[in-house]
Design a protein around this ligand. Sequence first.
Ligand SMILES: *Cc1c(COP(=O)(O)O)cnc(C)c1O
Length: 236
Amino acid sequence: MQSDLADNLKNIRRRIREAALRVGRNENEIKLVAVSKTHPPTVLRQAIDAGATVLGENKVQEAESKIAELGRGAAEWHLIGHLQSNKVRKVLPLVEAIHSVASLDLARDIQRISEDLDLFPKVYLEVNLAAESTKHGFMPAALREGGLEALLACDRLKIQGLMCIPPFDPDPEQTRPYFVELRQLRNALAKLVSAPLPCLSMGMSHDFEVAIEEGATIVRVGSAIFGNRSPRIDSN
Ligand SMILES: *Cc1c(COP(=O)(O)O)cnc(C)c1O
């Protein structure tokens, strides 16, 4: 198990490097989030020992208990899953970044509670590129038409950039246009508000190489590192 995990991590890092090189990028521009949701703390410990430095969890409760067991400083913890307003106070002190800021209301709750707790959380704005009713996130037009300005008024939030979870397709080439669209949206928004929005959180186990070719700066890889999750507990 331990050596599988170490091999998988090594493999993913090699593939990240190769994808970056294909498009003339430096692998150091790309951060790997090892998505450890559903796996027990013992497995997370193995991943940390094998060199994983950033761990991604999608549920506040689950993240809280794992962080209590392994320690806040054991890894850089990222929340990648849907965040409800009533969990903001709990999660803010626990994680380094939130990838799933999906509404202005949520951003304002994070702002208010960050003032209370004197924090400046790093966040990504989740974009619902395909307007899927089953997914959370900002519509691109809403961000363009005043939405981003309203978010920037939440001055406690260190907005890193954009995040997306495109519709699933086993063929990553089918997903490429969504990654292109997120990059182009980022470029347009950065120009609009004169803020850099340097980061793009995009790419998962089956499509992270294509995402890197299209500009991802942080990829969220779970099953390709940890193996398959039980589908019954895999909901986001
Ligand atoms: C589970 C999850 C991932 C990782 O998915 P894999 O296909 O296992 O790599 C990435 N991002 C989010 C938001 C997730 O919920």
